[in-house]
Ligand binder design. Structure first.
Ligand code: GLC
Ligand code: CA
Length: 514
């Protein structure tokens, strides 16, 4: 039986649960809050909800460090209320997708705790535990030169075992050893658990990182951030593991999968999603269009470059045309707010509508991130202590190697993921209607002007534009199935102009700093 392709004509609303809606007044968003807002979500004309991790987690990376894959974090509720949300979504014709985070667990997951106690435990080999290297002078070095994305080196030493464990992200996020068949069995059990409960698919976190090159070789020349990625991003085994998950589990359910794929080109993405090839995922989450005002990382900011953005979109659209389906997005929990980046805070409604139309009408499945539909903007964090994101500290440490702290703090304020994680602005009332208690994170000061209630009855609001365009997309075959064509030929001077812009930008940064 050919798998049905309902995902090609759907749009998805992403919920980052901690900041969506607090139903029990403890200041933290939860599933009771979601239950209360299901009609609102449905009113946007979306077809599905993707939940950022709802599982028990010590929150070193706000849910992306999981300590139990088969339960709900008590902050968010329990399995009963999750079932209510699931039923409520289904009753309204909406699917529900979970976040599958299996590149790493929390260091508080029982597998890690057990494996750390004893080298002979079967759980020891669930992770990458390795001996260190020693220099000729007897100095101890980690097993290789990789750096982590979030916190310094990629290895953490454990004195009781006299071994290091690998963490490509934070120290509290040890990488799972997917080469171990037992780990893959665990992943299959997790998939089955949620599918049997009735969920309709998964967004798969950094899924292109799950296979590491054998022997974990050092990487040269070393990069200041994410050094080593060429030995863990898109390695051939990643496809093999995904194929196994598909063959043994996913193929038995009518479910959807979208893989997050940092640093992946459309050509590489096609290895996973080509319908005429060895397809193991339905869609891939691209990154290049989110780099039109920065270099690779949000922190390395540049002026917005329209041509760069257009090129990125065009490349994915044209390369995937007729072969695979795109995931379309301009915001999620990992990026600052789009109007503050690619639009204009002054003309927020106008630029918000322009950005919405620009991406939703491309070929693919649109994803809308909570608050995007009402034009929420970046917040203003002035001191390091105000940030919640584990990345902030690391970004400042790296940045201050190259620039004065004051400049680094400015760059951080504009680029931090925390910009997207402030509580949802429902009303102009207390705490923006997010919570009766004290919100876990600052509410953006602009909530009196920007909130859902105020836009509800205004036919020209951004909120109502999102509703209209998502309806239009759904009902207009050409907006779903039409081909993408670029009307303006590529600018031959592009590289030169880009370089000139970059040099000017750095000159400005330098002058501002001295
Ligand atoms: C993904 C998530 C991000 C998380 C990281 C590590 O990029 O989207 O929020 O911090 O993976 O799990
Ligand atoms: Ca709560």
């Amino acid at each position: 039986m050919a798998k049905s392709e309902w995902y090609k004509n759907m749009s998805v609303y992403q919920i980052w649960p901690r900041s969506f809606c607090d139903g029990n007044g403890d200041g933290i968003g939860d599933l009771w809050g979601v239950l209360d807002k299901l009609d609102y979500i449905k009113s946007l004309n979306v077809d599905a909800i993707w939940f950022s991790p709802l599982f028990p987690s010590p929150n070193a990376d706000y849910g992306y460090d999981i300590s139990d894959y088969m339960d709900i974090h008590p902050d968010y509720g329990n399995l009963q209320v999750f079932r209510q949300v699931l039923d409520g979504a289904h009753a309204r014709g909406m699917k529900v997708f979970m976040d599958l985070v299996v590149n790493h667990t929390s260091d508080e997951h029982k597998w890690f705790i057990e494996g750390r106690k004893d080298k002979n435990s079967p759980y020891h080999d669930y992770y990458y535990w390795r001996n260190g290297r020693t220099t000729r002078s007897g100095r101890r070095l980690p097993p290789n030169n990789w750096s982590s994305v979030f916190e310094g080196g990629a290895w953490e030493y454990d004195a009781s075992l006299d071994e290091y464990y690998l963490h490509v992200f934070a120290k509290k996020q040890p990488d799972l050893n997917m080469a171990n068949p037992r780990v893959r069995e665990e992943v299959k059990n997790i998939l089955r658990f949620w599918l049997d409960l009735g969920v309709d698919g998964f967004r798969e976190d950094v899924i292109t990182f799950i296979a590491k090159d054998e022997g974990l070789p050092s990487s040269y020349p070393p990069l200041p951030v994410a050094n080593g990625y060429r030995h863990y991003a898109n390695r051939p085994k990643a496809h093999e593991y995904l194929k196994e998950f598909k063959r043994e589990v996913l193929d038995f359910y009518d479910c959807f999968t979208v893989g997050e794929s940092p640093m992946t080109t459309p050509d590489v993405a096609l290895r996973y999603i080509d319908e005429g090839g060895d397809k193991v995922l339905d869609e891939m989450i691209a990154f290049s269009h989110m780099e039109a005002d920065c270099f690779m990382l949000d922190m390395l900011q540049l002026p917005f470059n329209l041509v760069k953005m257009k090129r990125a979109f065009s490349e994915w659209q044209t390369k995937l045309q007729g072969r695979a389906w795109n995931a379309l997005y301009i915001e999620n929990h990992d990026h600052p707010r789009i109007i503050s980046r690619y639009g204009s805070e002054e003309y927020r409604t106008e630029s918000g509508k322009m950005l919405a139309a620009m991406y939703i009408l491309q070929r693919g499945t649109p994803f809308i991130y909570q608050g995007q539909e009402i034009g929420m903007l970046n917040t203003n964090l002035t001191e390091l202590g105000m940030y919640k994101d584990v990345m902030a500290q690391n970004n400042i440490e790296v940045a201050t190697r190259f620039m004065p702290r004051s400049t680094a703090m400015k760059l951080l304020a504009r680029s931090s993921r925390d910009n997207a994680r402030t509580p949802f602005q429902w009303t102009d009332g207390k705490n923006a209607g997010f919570s009766e208690g004290t919100p876990w994170f600052f509410v953006n000061e602009n909530y009196k002007e920007i909130n859902a209630a105020q836009q509800e009855d205004d036919p020209n609001s951004l909120l109502n534009f999102y509703r209209a365009i998502l309806k239009f997309k759904k009902e207009t075959p050409v907006a779903v199935w039409g081909d993408y064509k670029e009307y303006f030929p590529k600018d031959k001077n592009f590289r030169f102009l880009q370089l000139r812009e970059q040099l000017r930008h750095h000159e400005r940064l330098y002058l501002a700093a001295v």
